[in-house]
Design a protein around this ligand. Sequence first.
Ligand SMILES: CC(C)(COP(=O)(O)OP(=O)(O)OC[C@H]1O[C@@H](n2cnc3c(N)ncnc32)[C@H](O)[C@@H]1OP(=O)(O)O)[C@@H](O)C(=O)NCCC(=O)NCCS
Length: 171
Amino acid sequence: MQNQVTIKDFNNFEVGELYAIMRHIYLTSGFMSDDFDEKFPSIGFFKTYFSNLLKRNGSFILIAIFDDKPVGYIVLETNAATRLQHTAWLNMGVVDIFRGKGIGQQLLDAAINKAFNDRKIEIVYLMVRSDHFGAVRLYKKAGFDQIALLEKDTKIGDEYFDGILMRKFIK
Ligand SMILES: CC(C)(COP(=O)(O)OP(=O)(O)OC[C@H]1O[C@@H](n2cnc3c(N)ncnc32)[C@H](O)[C@@H]1OP(=O)(O)O)[C@@H](O)C(=O)NCCC(=O)NCCS
């Protein structure tokens, strides 16, 4: 599987493809914090959101391609505040039937390499639910450290879940 997946910059892709896989990933994972259709009420809204994100110095999106189809994405979004622009937030996902095959790891490695080579992002942060064991393991393997446990950070109905704030220094 690993040899058949290629990682490409989103700029080479149609926004509709990114919208379709991101929506699918949000709808098939219980661990995302946002309701996709509330966050992006239309594809036009989605396009504007991500074209604004990509205008910010250092931000980028990578896509994993298998058989000419996108199967995963990773977004590194730099902070907008002038003095925080060397820091970025990470968000990623893999299409459900392709999970557990090393694609998440390939996306993460490619994003860390790109950030290192671009020399703009120096620190990457991410938030993950503490009970999302696979994701926590993936991030720890890639060198992210846990810097805080945020108790009751997520609330779904009447149920609370802790969050973990993780950080990796790129530079
Ligand atoms: C989290 C996610 C991105 C991981 O991507 P993936 O392609 O499934 O992960 P990989 O196959 O590359 O796994 C790499 C490593 O992560 C860990 N891992 C990933 N999924 C795991 C699981 N379900 N159980 C245990 N470990 C897991 C393992 O350490 C694995 O390394 P190993 O093969 O040496 O054991 C993917 O499962 C996903 O998209 N989930 C839904 C969306 C989501 O939750 N995004 C992250 C929000 S924080």
